[in-house]
Design a protein around this ligand. Structure first.
Ligand code: SF4
Length: 148
């Protein structure tokens, strides 16, 4: 008779004080299309080489593994995450399919949002997922480090 393997509960992530870690911020890039004085010096900052950024598959690997250890909330940030173009739409689509991720946010300065907003929003419903998209702030879109 064949016996099935017992199900092993994966350990939930926690910090040194025993607090559960369920929230992951993923910086998609260190680049930004704005130069807010409190964030980006006029002379610019040295950027990471493009090949050093995590690929979509690498990001998905991290999110997927962590989702098995209690991750429920993911926020995509930057720099300005939308400078990664269609990568963002693909990521939203893929992360939205992970059942245990119930809160998916995007922090953006919104400069590049208009052309892709409808497509991002649609991912919510067409993929029949439990996640939702939240753009930071209700009035002015908030960027990672303050308001623009
Ligand atoms: S504060 Fe936000 S929008 Fe402004 S330069 Fe920094 S990342 Fe870009």
């Amino acid at each position: 008779m064949q016996t099935s393997e017992p199900k092993v509960a994966l350990p939930v992530l926690s910090d040194n004080f025993g607090r559960r870690v369920s929230y992951l911020r993923v910086s998609l890039t260190d680049r930004c299309n704005l130069r807010c004085v409190y964030c980006m010096p006029e002379a610019g900052v040295p950027y990471e080489a493009a090949e050093d950024l995590l690929t979509l598959d690498e990001i998905m690997r991290v999110v997927t593994i962590l989702s098995s250890h209690g991750l429920t909330k993911v926020r995509l940030t930057g720099g300005e995450p939308l400078v990664r173009g269609r990568d963002v739409i693909e990521l939203v689509k893929r992360i939205s399919r992970i059942e245990s991720i119930t809160d998916l946010g995007l922090t953006t300065n919104a400069v590049l949002l208009a052309p892709i907003a409808a497509e991002l929003y649609r991912q919510d419903y067409e993929e029949s997922i439990s996640a939702w998209i939240r753009f930071a702030g209700k009035g002015l879109p908030r960027c990672q480090n303050g308001q623009v």
